[in-house]
Design a protein around this ligand. Structure first.
Ligand code: ADP
Ligand code: MG
Length: 298
């Protein structure tokens, strides 16, 4: 899979506040890429930079493997803030105005984007009669004018009721099925798990981890161990576990194993065979929430 967006070492300051710190990752073509992090972690700042709304202090990014150009910008649709639609105009008329201002696509696109977001039947209803979910879908329709390959959405389900949330999530899945790449910010782990194929987790401007959602947020068995020689224990465990971390404060080592595969008796005898006598050994089943909490709060 080639990447549609490549972000390299982006750093952004607002005065003394560092909002992003050397953030780098790639967005694969055809993915639904979630930028996940609590409020204030830098998500909107990052989206604003890749959309040329803000300028980074350091670092660079490239769309479709090339320098930014007006031609390429046309391949990117975005929804950073809710557009100011006219309350007394219909969905169609609002999109006509958006189109006239943005110069994206042609008049025939309007019907098509309204169909895509399932507002075609309501195309002649005035905006103010729409539910919040419908208003948000119209905003996505506006972003889809001109048939962009990539859609950038900032917290697209914020403020919606449960029905509106489901509708937007379904719409994102449909856009992906139609071949769009979607890059979306979210502070909701659950949303990223349900909607996204890939994720980058931000915490106060630092990229904590990135990759395939299943890999990053996978439920796993975590075994906590300790022994007199923590370094030796750590090195030994690396022979049987991909991910081993030493916590010098609690004098323990945590080793992760794929869900359901950690067998304490086997680990104990493996360590003993390597000359390590464990003085602590416990299985900690982690839930996804715990994993996210650890990633963003430690
Ligand atoms: P998120 O979208 O993840 O909630 P933001 O990108 O909005 O995070 O903010 C990241 C950090 O930058 C926060 O500490 C926020 O207070 C700060 N910040 C955002 N916009 C501005 C601004 N215009 N001026 C000063 N600080 C800002
Ligand atoms: Mg934000």
């Amino acid at each position: 899979m080639s990447s549609v967006l490549s972000i390299n070492n982006i750093t952004k300051y607002y005065g003394p506040v560092r909002a992003l710190n050397k953030v780098s990752f790639d967005v694969p073509e055809g993915s639904v890429f979630g930028i996940l992090g609590p409020n204030g972690s830098g998500k909107t700042t990052l989206l604003s930079i890749i959309l040329d709304v803000l300028i980074a202090n350091e670092g660079s990014f490239s769309w479709f493997g090339q320098q930014s150009s007006p031609e390429q910008r046309k391949k990117i649709g975005s929804l950073l803030e809710t557009p100011n639609f006219y309350h007394y105009l219909s969905a169609t008329d609002n999109l006509r105005i958006t189109q006239a201002i943005s110069g994206r696509g042609t008049a025939s696109d309007i019907e098509e984007v309204l169909k895509k977001v399932k507002l075609y039947e309501r195309r002649n209803s005035i905006f103010k009669t729409f539910s919040l979910g419908m208003k948000q879908r119209l905003a996505v329709a506006a972003a889809l004018l001109g048939g962009p390959a990539v859609l950038v959405l900032d917290e697209p389900t914020n403020g919606l009721d449960p029905v509106g949330i489901v509708e937007i999530r379904q719409l994102i899945a449909e856009l992906r099925d139609r071949g769009h790449t979607v890059i979306m910010a979210s502070h909701l782990l659950d949303e990223v798990e349900k909607v996204c194929t890939h994720v980058a987790i931000l915490k106060t401007g630092d990229l904590i981890t990135t990759g395939n959602v299943d890999e990053v947020l996978m439920d796993e068995d975590v075994v906590e161990l300790s022994a007199a020689d923590l370094d030796l224990l750590c090195h030994t465990l690396l022979q049987i576990s991909k991910n081993v971390m030493t916590d010098n404060k609690s004098k323990t080592v945590c080793a992760s194993f794929p869900k359901g595969t950690a067998k304490l008796a086997e680990i104990n005898s493996f360590c003993f065979a390597k000359g390590i006598v464990l003085d602590h050994l416990a299985l900690k089943k982690k839930r996804l929430e715990t994993r996210f909490f650890e990633l963003t709060n430690t």
